[in-house]
Ligand binder design. Sequence first.
Ligand code: ADP
Length: 190
Amino acid sequence: MRIVFIGPPGAGKGTQAQRLVETYGLAHLSTGDMLRAARDAQTDIGRQAEQYMSAGELVPDDLIVAVIAQRLQEPDCRNGYLLDGFPRTIAQAQALDAMLAEQGTPLDVVLELQVPEEELFRRLAGRGRSDDNPEVIRQRLVAYRQQTEPLLEYYSRRSLLRSIDGTGAVDDIFHRARAVLDHVDGSKPR
Ligand code: ADP
C-alpha cells in the first residue's frame, strides 16, 4: 500500500504515522525527519535546506523532489510506504505522480488528518522543537494553508482523498485511520 499522509503542522501526523507503518508493514518516509538529519549531518542538501526550515518556509521543490526520488528507489519501499510531509505543493504532487506513473506504482490513498487551527497552535507551542517558536509556527501554518491545502482538491479530483478527524485521544484517531486504510485495496494489516 502506498499512502500519502497530509495534515497541517501539529496535527499529530508523526505519532499516527509511526503506528500506521507498524500496523501495515510500510516504510515511513518523513521528509521533515530526513531534512533534519541532513541538516544535523551538514550534508549539501542539509545546508541548502537549513535557512528555509528555520524560517518555517518550504524548501525548494527540486531539492525535496530529488531527496524523495532517491529514497523511493530503496528496497524497503517495494512493500509499500507512507509519505509523511510530502508532497506539500502541487508541483511536488505532479512530480510524484510522474515518478510513480513511470514505475507503474500509483498511490492507493491520500489520508488527511483534520485539526482546527486553534488546536494546532496550542499543540505546536507546547512541543519545543527549534522551529516551534510563535513566529515560525505562524509561518508554517501559512505555508500549509497557501501551498499544501490545494492538494486536497488535487487528490479529491482523483478520488484518492479520505479525511479523518484528528482531534481527541491518540487511540481514537488511530482507529479512525485504520477504519479507512483497512478498506484500501492492497492493504495488509498485520
Ligand atoms: P511540520 O509539519 O511540523 O511543520 P515537518 O517535520 O514535516 O514539520 O517539516 C519541517 C520543515 O521541513 C518544514 O517547515 C519545511 O521547511 C521542511 N519540509 C519538510 N517537508 C517538506 C516538503 N515536502 N517540501 C518543502 N519543505 C519541506
